[in-house]
Design a protein around this ligand. Structure first.
Ligand SMILES: Nc1nc2c(ncn2[C@@H]2O[C@H](COP(=O)(O)OP(=O)(O)OP(=O)(O)O)[C@@H](O)[C@H]2O)c(=O)[nH]1
Ligand SMILES: [Mg+2]
Length: 535
């Protein structure tokens, strides 16, 4: 059943094994938001495919994202596919928004690493890959924009193999095939050797033709070898090397193990033209190749006093342990918290213990309170579809968690817990701000308090000595986002000014000095310095 906007009813899962939490990671502009849009459509959760340029995608619903034509924060879309509940977590690729990438990694059990077929792998992309590696995140790679005439699937795979080597095998699971005019029309599935074609607007399957034989043989051999390296059946490799055929069912089992262990990164493809090209195959990878929450170890959990506790299991009947990984708030709709349930079951209207970890000196609240939560919903971007209880492994949005900030743990009143926090990036750029008018001055404090609850990387320093309010940000784009959020969401205008630093010692009289730095080449640099007090 769909509502008036064409969105289907919210999917729910009865077992953690029926859930997949997948974060999309990749450099800015690589096509993550567009891919999420295609996957939502292909799974039947929406009746249209939105476009980033028009500002009509489900993930980039924030007015600032729409204006900038890029994601500035993470967004979740819960879809259902073949009996599974899939939570797609779209993250921003631009490095200033790294906090949401880390939050996405925390909430997910696997990642789709998205690279444009025209873009190669630069330092920023490498850094994102390292972030996944550091989080031990099982992942596949999606090469996008195959319709672009400069796009090159094989070359992108080769670059990934060269640059990501050491972090596990990178091998294509499918090879793109093209029409005579060079446009992509489908893929050869290297495991089943079936051809999947999108020429008729939806996927059709057919048997491989003789002309594809050579193309398949080499790539298929490498793929099978990488998969069965992980097999628990020690005879399998011997059989394969001896030229015996290996059944697809056997390969599927070992395939999942290899991906889940992070030892193998299958490469798939996607393109917006023809519409949804490759999406069914990506959904199949998520459903059959990616681990469920039941297979991933949980973050470390402690008592509220900081005593270590035995590891929790992703058990719906276990003690409640959930975490706020993203908070949004606006004056019209109030606060909404995106929550990952790690253990136990969260129900609407339940009283929970909220525990947080941040330093109050940074402007963030230290939490240790009891609160009653509101409605639980399955998000589809901005759309919230009410759901029943959320079992371990679920991702839901929770209304009315007024006291909670991003990073806070939710636990039961009977057994209050706190999860070890994930690492937030440090803000290193100080921006001094001043309210534009007296009314802005009045509203600035409450508006900043709401932004602080959303954004754990933001630091506010009210400097009494220099009489400046300094906002510490990750970079220029983050600073612009904060100013834009203050202006558009809270109607607070601020001006920026040069940051003043308090000098604790000063020069009483004029002084001068000279220094010389020698280099091995025999050259040297001379530095003369003259200081004097201001008049
Ligand atoms: N031709 C073509 N363009 C695409 C395709 N996928 C994405 N694009 C375009 O590439 C641009 C960037 O796409 P996005 O989906 O916003 O990329 P993103 O990875 O979400 O970028 P950030 O949100 O900044 O991290 C947009 O103009 C898209 O329309 C594709 O398959 N083909
Ligand atoms: Mg995006």
């Amino acid at each position: 059943m769909s509502d008036k906007r064409g969105f289907k009813a919210a999917p729910t899962a009865n077992l953690p094994e029926d859930i997949r939490n997948v974060v999309l990671i990749g450099p800015t502009g690589s096509g993550k938001t567009s891919l999420v849009e295609s996957l939502i459509y292909a799974a039947g959760a929406s009746t249209r495919i939105g476009n980033v340029e028009d500002g009509t995608t489900i993930s980039d619903f924030d007015p600032i994202s729409i204006k900038q034509h890029r994601s500035v924060g993470l967004a979740v879309a819960t879809i259902s596919w073949q009996g599974l509940v899939i939570n797609l977590i779209d993250t921003p690729g631009y490095e200033d928004f790294m906090a949401d990438l880390r939050a996405g990694l925390r909430a997910a059990d696997a990642a789709l690493f998205v690279i444009g077929s025209t873009d190669g792998v630069d330092a920023a992309t490498r850094h994102l890959w390292d972030e996944c590696e550091a989080a031990g995140m099982p992942r596949g790679i999606v090469v996008t924009k195959l319709d672009n005439e400069r796009g090159d699937f094989e070359e992108t795979v080769a670059v990934c193999q060269r640059i990501f080597a050491g972090g596990g095998a990178v091998l294509p699971l499918h090879l793109p095939i093209h029409a005579n005019n060079g446009s992509p029309i489908g893929f050869i599935d290297l495991l089943t050797t079936t051809i999947h074609e999108w020429t008729t607007g939806s996927r059709a399957e057919r048997e491989c033709e003789r002309e594809h034989g050579d193309l398949i043989e080499l790539a298929r051999g490498d793929l099978i070898e990488a998969i069965i390296t992980e097999s628990e059946d020690e005879n399998l490799m011997d059989r394969f090397v001896a030229g015996e055929p290996v059944e697809v069912e056997t390969l599927n089992r070992d395939f999942e193990r290899a991906v889940a262990r992070g030892h193998f990164h299958p490469v798939l493809g996607h393109s917006l033209a023809p519409a949804t090209l490759g999406t069914d195959l990506i959904l199949e990878l998520i459903g059959r190749g990616f681990p469920s929450p039941a297979e991933r170890p949980l973050p470390v959990v402690m008592s509220v006093g900081g005593d270590p506790l035995p590891p929790l299991l992703p058990d719906p009947a276990g003690p409640l342990c959930a975490e706020v990984f993203k908070t949004t708030s606006d004056p019209d709709n109030g606060k909404l918290s995106l929550v990952r349930v790690f253990s136990g079951t969260l129900t609407a209207d339940q009283a929970v213990h909220i525990t947080g970890h941040f330093e109050s000196s940074s402007g963030h609240q230290i939490q240790d309170v009891v609160a009653r939560i509101g409605v639980l919903s399955a998000p589809l971007g901005a759309e919230q579809r009410p759901v029943a209880p959320a079992i371990a492994g679920s991702i839901v949005s929770v209304s009315k968690l007024t006291g909670a900030e991003t990073g806070d743990t939710l636990s039961s009143l009977a057994q209050p817990l706190i999860m070890e926090p994930w690492l937030m990036p440090e803000p290193l750029l100080p921006i001094a701000i001043r309210a534009h008018t007296a009314t802005d001055e009045e509203n600035l404090g409450p508006a900043l308090a709401r932004l602080l609850a959303e954004d754990p990387t933001l630091r506010i320093d009210q400097n009494v000595a220099t009489r400046q309010m300094v906002v510490w940000c990750i970079g220029e784009a983050h600073a612009n986002l904060v100013a834009e959020q203050l202006r558009t969401r809270y109607r607070v205008n601020v001006d920026t000014e040069e940051v003043r630093f308090q000098l604790r010692e000063t020069f009483a009289t004029m002084a001068e000095g000279i220094g010389r730095i020698g280099e091995q080449s025999g050259q040297y640099t001379v530095c003369e310095i003259v200081v004097e007090p201001l008049p």
